[in-house]
Design a binder for this molecule. Structure first.
Ligand SMILES: Nc1ncnc2c1ncn2[C@@H]1O[C@H](COP(=O)(O)OP(=O)(O)OP(=O)(O)O)[C@@H](O)[C@H]1O
Length: 261
């Protein structure tokens, strides 16, 4: 049995078909990158994995059981723009998730429970390289540091599935390269299953274990909303040749041009 099964999943909003006929089997610990033209439904797919959206048809299974219909600690998400709490320090931001989980009403831990939680938080901050910034406020951090914090906030909850929606889209190329290294290190340490959306085809092609391309194969020029995107390529990463890269790049660009027209 696969860790995650996507069985003939469709997503429609009203008359608009966003995604159609998605089929996918993902093993625990895989790192899937998702690429595709803007508006192809990549974020919608992540939202379905998160439990924020439900498929219109088909089923999503986690270890053979339907995915919980609401976000829970099985799944963590990091967005492109910083999703940290501005009124909490770096350390408090990471502690928050543990406090809310253990004391949902009070949102505060005391005594030995707090000490234990803070040990975990400090280890996590060390792991993402934020120990020197532990007592800073989010506005005092660079973009890359804020994304490190967002990743730490998610990982402290030990999610079995980590969803990343263009997490490095707003960062400079040099900082991105550092973040790639960090993410690969954390992925290897935690063994979490990752789905990461990126607009950067090169990033998608070289990071992780598997590349999923979302694209529209069917088009009705009179009714652009009639068909949705599906997974057109599902490739192991690291074994791809230049011609395949070019094919994907051409087809994604053509869809982007069509959608803009
Ligand atoms: N809640 C919603 N109600 C109606 N339509 C929606 C909703 N959420 C998304 N859509 C539509 O679904 C389509 C896919 O959006 P989505 O954000 O998933 O695409 P994407 O591939 O992630 O795009 P991008 O790369 O630009 O982030 C878009 O046309 C969007 O307008």
């Amino acid at each position: 049995m696969s860790f995650i099964s996507v069985n003939n999943v469709w997503k429609e909003y009203g008359d608009q078909v966003i995604l159609e006929k998605l089929n996918l089997e993902v093993d625990q610990g895989e790192f899937c990158t998702l690429v595709g033209a803007s508006g192809c439904g990549k974020s919608t797919f992540l939202k379905m994995l998160l439990g924020q959206e439900q498929p219109s048809r088909g089923e999503l299974l986690l270890e053979g059981q339907p995915f919980p219909g609401e976000p829970d600690r099985n799944r963590g998400i990091v967005f492109q723009r910083y999703s940290v709490f501005p009124h909490l320090t770096v350390r408090q931001n990471v502690l928050m998730g543990l406090e809310l989980e253990q004391k949902p009403l009070l949102g505060k831990l005391f005594g030995s429970a707090r000490r234990k939680a803070l040990e975990q938080v400090d280890a996590m901050l060390e792991s993402v390289g934020l120990t020197p910034a532990a007592h800073k406020w989010p506005h005092e951090l660079s973009g890359g540091m804020q994304q490190r914090l967002a990743i730490a906030q998610s990982l402290i909850m030990k999610p079995r599935v980590l969803l990343l929606d263009e997490p490095f889209g707003a960062l400079d190329p040099g900082i991105r390269a550092d973040m790639h290294e960090l993410l690969l290190k954390l992925w290897k340490e935690t063994g979490t299953t990752i789905f990461m959306v990126t607009h950067d085809l090169t990033e998608g092609f070289y990071l992780g274990t598997r590349l999923l391309v979302f694209d529209k194969i069917r088009r009705d020029p009179h009714d652009p909303q009639a068909y949705g995107a599906t997974i057109t390529y599902d490739l192991p990463i690291g074994k791809n040749d230049r011609a395949t890269f070019q094919d994907i790049s051409d087809s994604v660009s053509a869809t982007a041009r069509n959608q803009a027209a």
